[in-house]
Design a protein around this ligand. Sequence first.
Ligand code: FES
Ligand SMILES: [Fe+2]
Length: 413
Amino acid sequence: MRATISHGIYSVVMESIASLIAGQPKGFPLAQEFYSDPEIFRRDMNRIHLRRWLCVGHESRIPKKGDWFRFDIAEESIVLVRGRDDQIRGLINVCQHRGSRVCYEESGNGNVLVCPYHAWTYDLEGRLRSARQMGEDFETSAHRLPQVHVRILEGLIFVCFAENPPSLDDAARVLRESIGRYGWANARVAHRQTYSVDANWKLATENYQECYHCTPAHPEFSRLHATEKPDHEVAELRAEAAERARAMGIEIPEISHWPDSAPGEEMADSSYDAIYPGSVTGSEDGQPVAPLMGDFTDYDGGFCYADVGPASFFLAYPDHGLMYLFIPRGPQKAEMEIVWLVAGDAREGVDYDLAKLTWLWDVTSVADKLIIDQNQQGVNSRYYTPSAYGPMEEMTRTFTEWYLQEIEDGPST
Ligand code: FES
Ligand SMILES: [Fe+2]
């Protein structure tokens, strides 16, 4: 069976994608081509990322009317802009004249968006307002930048490129009952950092979904989080933390609709976990790094994970939050954009020290980049012959099985 999936990395000419899927042994990591082939990457984008909801940032990034930032994924680019009516829209960053990007920069502010090529000028709703010297018959009003769907949940900006996006009702409830309790709707971005990985997006996602690697790769994280304690000890710690949270009127539900979701709904989950006794948050020494957020009046000894859609992952401590956005760029190129959130009124240098706030998840992300890059290199080898997933890789196995179904089903690309 493995013989059908062991040829070169840049083409699946000899095998159709369907036969690769059919030849994929159950419970095993994916065949090499799924992490390298341009045609499979294109299918991933068309059937997964461009059909589903993606978080692109926190709305505090564009607080004022006319503020905008650019979000790129594979060959697509959108501009998230706050309009005169205070609504955030997602405008496709492709000029309707001859296709140039309209916004070259990463972010900006203005009353209009002007394409630098020939100066076609769009308003903040994407309507073409002026086009120089196009002749008398030219109808300005016939042109506008296309838009993607945009929804804001707990301050998080989600976009979907599909004409008919999946419902976000379930995800809205999951986020409200998890990170919503940590006050993310009123949070503010304290820092953003992009870690480029020379790997297929699935290797980054698979890595995020298991903590089998945490002890060897993340000693800093493992010191604080109960990742490899025996199950009954973890359960005990979690129960104690949950009890302290309940005393503050907070109860984070365990919801697992990720990656499998109800029909028509976007996938989403939330879970609650414990920090080692003596530590209260995700910092170098486990001690507080910023003012408490949301409904928290004290530290509970716990933290919360939430996931929505194929590429957006969230982690909330009582005093700060992390957004993990995994952005595919090419068959072996992706970005992990990490966003640190603090309470909306927290002031840098007064209420928190940025270096202390970002220390743990920077160290952890640098280590993740290294292991994901090295993973891709090994996967590219002709000697790549993976073993079956182990018990601590259950979520990764579930993800890869879901993935194979997603790219197999539905209309062709
Ligand atoms: S391509 Fe934008 S103005 Fe010509
Ligand atoms: Fe990791």
